[in-house]
Design a protein around this ligand. Structure first.
Ligand code: AHG
Ligand code: MN
Ligand code: MN
Ligand code: MN
Length: 337
């Protein structure tokens, strides 16, 4: 751009389409522009708040047994409508759709797979709190656009990102060359690069966990959190701060901006569930972004990006953020196992 600013499209064209081997990324920049268009539409709908008539329950339940909010359903539809027509996708998966969404035959089929959480932090909608959207892009292998096509480890992602709908709307994105943040210039409609090559500090004095679940935690997590709470008189020798926004997007964004560690670990609250967050469209894309920013992401027992999913809506324990803290928590898991 003439004014020296980098828009999302300029960034994508420079990063993907002008690479030595453009074939490798054919269509990816256009797909990400469509995802960004969905995000702008969602941002606009959210900005209207209660005036948009979108608050409250949809009176339906999703595949996780969660009551869907009207905005869970509406934002899912916005993602589908913006991304199904462009000939770049073979299929989609969403938190709000039970099975794989095949591209309708009226549209051409492409060779990417999109998994998304259209609205993260649903419980914040009606209190006008921060919410987000999360997405993950895989390349469709051997034409496999059914469930099996999506059951790939997260290190195979070719792009991942989230939108945060806060006082400003931001898109944070990685196509495998670092993690970059774009701020929506609302009156113009452009995403402008404002946070280039985000780096997560290796150490931190801030942690995020839903402490109301403490009685269900495993011993290594109890130990870590207790040591943080012991503060400067304990073995860590410094005071820690705690935050919980109840939106993974908001927690991860804070960690990308100033460091920290986020945990939704395995617990014994619901013994059949290995964790709360979903691998394909929450844990994997966030882990990709965090690793690309120099942080780490683990289940406590293995790198999240190396987990091979067995089901579309599989859940996984998540511990991510500042590298040294995540390594410490993983070490505590090894000590107790
Ligand atoms: P979603 O709104 O997409 O279902 O995800 C909510 C998730 C995640 O964003 C957040 O970290 C967590 O649920 C909040 O859990 P609590 O209700 O235990 O605070
Ligand atoms: Mn939900
Ligand atoms: Mn979510
Ligand atoms: Mn959601």
């Amino acid at each position: 751009m003439q004014d020296g600013r980098t828009t999302l499209s300029k960034f994508l064209i420079d990063t993907l389409d002008r690479q030595p081997s453009p074939v490798a990324a054919t269509g990816l920049s256009a797909l990400l522009i469509d995802v960004a268009a969905a995000i702008k539409t969602i941002s606009s709908a959210l900005t209207r708040g209660a005036l948009g008539g979108n608050y409250g329950s949809a009176q339906t339940v999703n595949t996780h047994g969660e009551e869907q909010k009207k905005l869970d359903v509406a934002t899912n539809e916005i993602f589908v409508q913006h991304c199904e027509w462009d000939g770049l996708l073979a299929a989609m998966v969403s938190e709000e759709m039970e099975s794989v969404y095949a591209i309708p035959s009226a549209y051409p089929r492409g060779d990417y797979l999109l998994a998304f959480d259209p609205l993260d932090g649903s419980s914040n909608i009606d209190i006008n709190g921060v919410v987000g959207s999360i997405f993950s892009v895989l390349r469709c292998k051997d034409g496999e656009a059914g469930e099996a096509g999506f059951l790939r480890p997260g290190h195979e992602q070719v792009a991942a990102g989230y939108a945060i709908y806060g006082p400003s709307t931001m898109l944070v994105l990685s196509v495998g060359n670092g993690t970059h943040g774009f701020t929506l210039e609302r009156d113009v409609g452009n995403f402008v690069l404002t946070h280039s090559d985000i780096r997560i500090p290796e150490e931190t004095s801030e942690f995020a966990i839903n402490a109301s679940n403490e009685r269900f935690w495993e011993a290594p997590v109890r130990r870590y959190v207790q040591e943080c709470k012991d503060g400067r008189t304990g073995c860590r020798g410094r005071d820690f701060n705690m935050r919980w926004i109840a939106s993974m997007v908001a927690e991860v964004h804070r960690i990308l901006m100033r460091g920290g560690v986020f945990m939704y670990p395995r617990d014994f609250k619901t013994p059949s569930m290995p964790g709360r967050l979903r691998l394909l469209y929450e844990a994997n894309p966030m882990s990709f972004l965090v690793e690309q920013a120099g942080g780490a992401s683990s289940t406590g027992r293995e790198r999240i990006l190396d987990v091979t999913p067995n089901a579309l809506h599989e859940r996984v324990p998540v511990i991510l953020g500042s590298r040294k803290e995540v390594e410490r928590i993983a070490r505590y898991h090894r000590d107790f196992d």
